[in-house]
Design a protein around this ligand. Structure first.
Ligand code: SF4
Length: 293
């Protein structure tokens, strides 16, 4: 469910504000009414998205961020079982939002917090708000509340030195994100970064991407292995003809961006149903589980 369009940030590599304009929140009541309609039609999982979800409400009323209130309202709708939030910006991810995510049982204790980099100089040149120290303190606040983290990084931004890339690797090793996606920088027409000197060679960018993803693969593997033996509720998503197995997701797997849980069950499952599962296996992307009666 898209809760706003456009973006007021001006990340130097991004053309979205040029294409979609400034931040424009959808009216609160319209979003809630649409969620109610979806729930009445049988939808049980709602994912709130925007270019910058955590800023929702900045252009309404007194300008305070209203994502916490929206989460309260959507999770109170009868029939809504799970609510998720994707694409938050670190500086608008306030404690009040983290507290709300922690407090509401239907809301996934999961934040997608694209950070892009951690080197202060690169963050400045990307025109991202927040220093490395401050970002680390936000991560600590999430962890304190048991919120799992997905992030996105860009490698090969113009001028990224070997040392700055190493700073990123060290940070990823230390932060141990539950999920991490990464991209090589690509110049977008009309953006400030496209005109920056010291564009990085494609081969170097790809090599850095491989190094980062290899590092994260090990971390994701350990994170997933730590879930073996735990139990969780799983929403059945579908049946895979090739493997002959049903698959689904728990509250900790966002649709499309995260892996899935392969299900062993001794009965036919129905996509859309929720089942209790014990996790029995893991790789770096997916989990395997057995349905509990
Ligand atoms: S990267 Fe995201 S936050 Fe930055 S300008 Fe683009 S849409 Fe906005």
């Amino acid at each position: 469910m898209k809760i706003s369009d456009g973006c007021d940030n001006r990340c130097t590599y991004c053309a979205i504000p040029l294409i979609r304009g400034g931040y424009s929140s959808r009216p609160f009541d319209d979003i809630v009414a649409e969620c109610e309609e979806l729930a009445a039609g049988g939808v049980t999982e709602i994912t709130l998205i925007a270019q910058d979800t955590s800023r929702y409400g900045c252009d309404m009323g007194d300008g305070h961020y209203q994502l916490p209130e929206l989460l309260e309202a959507v999770s109170a709708i009868e029939g809504v079982h799970w609510v998720r939030v994707l694409y938050c910006y670190p500086d608008s991810t306030e404690d009040r939002l983290l507290d709300t995510i922690q407090r509401l049982p239907k809301v996934a204790p999961y934040l997608d917090l694209p950070l892009q980099h951690i080197d202060d100089d690169l963050l400045r040149r990307m025109n991202r708000r927040g220093s490395a120290d401050w970002i680390k303190s936000r991560i600590a606040e999430c962890r304190k509340r048991g919120i799992i983290l997905r992030t996105t990084m860009i490698v090969g931004f113009p001028g990224e030195t070997d040392e700055q890339f190493q700073t990123l690797l060290d940070f990823v090793k230390e932060a141990r994100f539950d999920r991490l996606g990464a991209f090589t920088y690509s110049a977008e027409e009309g953006t400030a970064a496209a005109k920056m000197p010291d564009q990085i060679d494609e081969a170097v960018k790809n090599e850095r991407l491989d190094q980062l993803m290899m590092l994260q693969q090990g971390i994701s593997m350990e994170v997933n292995e730590a879930r073996i033996g735990t139990r969780c509720e799983v929403l059945v998503d579908g049946f895979d003809e090739e493997s002959g197995r049903f698959y689904g997701r728990s509250l900790l797997e966002a649709p499309e961006s995260d892996g899935c849980i392969w299900l062993n069950a001794d009965r036919e499952l129905v996509p859309g149903e929720y089942v209790q599962v014990e996790i029995t296996g893991a790789d770096a992307y997916d989990l395997e589980g057995t349905m509990m009666e």
